[in-house]
Design a protein around this ligand. Structure first.
Ligand code: MD3
Ligand code: FE
Length: 196
């Protein structure tokens, strides 16, 4: 895992949040259901790009449309595609941009990203707003873990073996950023889904 601290300067963070607002007007945040129990996740989600990642009672899947509106997801903003190409160095585009919103008490349990056929493609994450206490494990659930702070403007590049490692978000630290008037944290996770 390559942590790229403060890669996005404040003016670009504000531009990106403005783009996010336009996307979320058309593809509103919603509370996904946990597979099996159907209990709502504490993280609210939406997507942009040709495919969006969904968590439903029936399981995880990628879908070309929003689960509530039935509309196709909005396009990934050009500035986000530019960041993807310049940071990953790959010529193909990401297909999914998952938008996670963490309120003050939201968290994300330890998991692996394994719903993509493009298992060798890198993943890029962009953090906006309040700092997250991120947990990075290893290749197995029992692997030792470490805690990493992800602040607004930080990016994370997952390439090589770390792409398949366990990770989660223990909690966010309310009041650590002034970027979002409503507080909380947005994370964008860019993924290739189908084999390039
Ligand atoms: C480390 N999101 O949506 S992004 C997810 O902050 C997810 O919202 C977190 O995990 C968030 O699936 C973390 C950074 C990240 C993404 C993928 C990884 C870290 C990773 C894959 C392997 C190891
Ligand atoms: Fe993940």
């Amino acid at each position: 895992m390559r942590l790229l601290p403060s890669l996005l300067p404040p003016d670009q963070q504000r531009r990106l949040v403005a783009e996010l607002r336009l996307i979320l007007d058309r593809a509103p945040l919603y509370s996904p259901a946990m597979p099996g129990s159907g209990k709502p996740l504490s993280v609210r989600m939406s997507n942009c790009g040709p495919l969006g990642w969904l968590s439903e009672r029936s399981g995880y899947r990628y879908s070309p449309t929003h689960p509530l509106t039935g509309e196709p997801w909005p396009a990934i903003p050009a500035m986000v595609l530019d960041l993807w190409h310049s940071i990953t160095g790959v010529a193909y585009r990401p297909e999914a941009c998952l938008i996670n919103y963490y309120g003050a008490t939201a968290r994300l349990g330890l998991h692996r990203d394994q719903d993509e056929d493009a298992g060798d493609a890198p993943i890029l994450s962009i953090s906006l707003g309040d700092t997250a206490l991120f947990r990075l494990g290893g290749p197995e659930r029992k692997s030792p873990t470490r805690s990493v702070r992800l602040s607004s403007g930080d990016m994370v590049l997952l390439d090589g073996p770390s792409r398949h490692w366990y990770h989660g978000v223990d909690r966010i630290l309310p009041g650590t950023s002034q970027l979002l008037p409503e507080g909380g944290r947005f994370n964008l996770t860019l993924r290739r889904v189908t084999r390039p």
